[in-house]
Design a protein. Structure first.
Length: 301
C-alpha cells in the first residue's frame, strides 16, 4: 500500500518557536508571495475567486480560524468518515490560508478569498495517507462539480489507481494542481508527473529555486520559501516547500476562472499569458514555464 507524506519543510514549534508570527489585529499582512504575483491587480477589479469551487485534499482545515470564514464548506473526512475534516496536523490549514484567508484587516490575505473551499481530509496528523482515500476524494470532486483540485503532496512511484482517478477528473474538465515534490533535484513525483496535471515547484522572493526543488515535469514556479499563512489554533506560521507553492497556482486559477469562465478550456495556455520566464529561456525542467505575474494581457484595455 502506498503511503503519502507531506513534502513541506516543517519547523517544529517546540524547537523553533520564533517561526510563530504575532499578527496585528488592525491590518492584513500582504506576505511577499501576494506582492510577487501581483494579486492586487485582480482584486481591484472585484476578481476574488467568487463562485469557484476548490477542493483541498490534505490534512483537513482548522475551520475556527478567525482569518478563515464561511467560504470554507463542509467537506469530507476520508481518513475517518465518522469525523469532520478538521486539521489535526496543521498542513491543510496553511494551504487554505494561502488560497482563501479573508481580507478582513487581520492576519494575511488569501489569493482568492471568495472561492468556495472544500476540505477533503486524506492525510492524518503526521502527513501519512492511503491512495484509496485520495482516489475516493477525487471521485467525490467529480460528483460534486468541483472546479479545481489542490493536492499539496506527492508520492515517488506511480499508482495505477491514482492515475485512473486523476484521468477521470481531467476528463470531467476539473483542473488538477499538484506539488512537484521536494526531491532535492531528483524526479517530480505523482500526481504532478501525470499528463494534464499542473505541476508546481517552489521559488523564493528573489526567484531562486527552493533547495528542495525537483527536476523534470515542472510546469510553473510559485512562491514557496518562507511563506506566511494561517495555522492551527488561530495562529500563523512561516512554511516552505513545493506544497506551499501549489496553492498559489490554484488561487491564481480561481481568479482567472472568475474573470473568464472559458479559460477552463485551456487553463495551461491561459496561465502562459501571464508567465515571467525564469532560468533557461523557455520551458525548462527546473522552473517550468516560469512564474506568474498577474497584469493586463496583451491587447487588453
Amino acid at each position: 500500500m502506498y503511503k503519502i507524506y507531506f513534502i513541506i519543510i516543517l519547523l517544529i514549534f517546540s524547537i523553533v518557536f520564533v517561526e510563530r508570527y504575532l499578527i496585528e489585529t488592525n491590518r492584513d499582512n500582504n506576505d511577499w508571495g501576494i506582492r510577487f504575483i501581483n494579486a492586487e491587480t485582480f482584486w481591484s477589479k472585484g476578481i476574488t475567486g467568487k463562485g469557484i469551487k476548490i477542493a483541498i485534499l490534505d490534512s483537513g482545515i482548522y475551520t475556527d480560524h478567525l482569518d478563515l470564514g464561511p467560504k470554507i464548506k463542509k467537506g469530507v473526512n476520508f481518513v475517518n468518515k465518522d469525523q469532520l475534516p478538521i486539521d489535526d496536523g496543521d498542513h491543510g490549514t496553511l494551504i487554505a490560508g494561502i488560497i482563501s484567508a479573508k481580507h478582513n484587516n487581520i492576519g494575511v490575505d488569501g489569493i482568492a478569498p471568495d472561492a468556495n473551499i472544500y476540505p477533503l481530509k486524506v492525510l492524518d496528523r503526521w502527513g501519512n495517507g492511503e491512495i484509496g482515500h485520495v482516489t475516493e476524494a477525487i471521485y467525490w470532486c467529480i460528483d460534486n462539480n468541483i472546479d479545481i483540485i489542490n493536492m499539496s503532496f506527492a508520492i515517488a512511484e506511480n499508482s495505477l489507481e491514482l492515475n485512473r482517478a486523476v484521468r477521470r477528473a481531467l476528463d470531467e474538465n476539473i483542473i488538477v494542481v499538484a506539488a512537484a515534490m521536494n526531491s532535492y533535484g531528483n524526479d517530480v513525483g505523482y500526481p504532478a508527473a501525470y499528463d494534464g496535471v499542473i505541476s508546481v515547484t517552489a521559488i523564493d522572493s528573489k526567484s531562486n529555486l527552493s533547495e528542495t526543488a525537483p527536476y523534470g515535469k515542472v510546469d510553473f514556479s510559485a512562491p514557496g520559501v518562507k511563506v506566511l499563512s494561517t495555522s492551527n489554533s488561530n495562529d500563523y506560521r512561516y512554511a516552505s516547500g513545493t506544497s506551499i507553492a501549489t496553492p498559489y497556482i490554484s488561487g491564481i486559477i480561481a481568479l482567472l476562472l472568475q474573470k473568464d469562465s472559458s479559460a477552463r478550456l485551456d487553463i495551461y495556455k491561459e496561465l502562459q499569458t501571464y508567465v515571467v520566464d525564469l532560468g533557461i529561456r523557455g520551458k525548462d525542467p527546473y522552473y517550468g514555464e516560469g512564474t506568474i505575474f498577474l497584469t493586463k494581457r496583451k491587447g487588453e484595455e
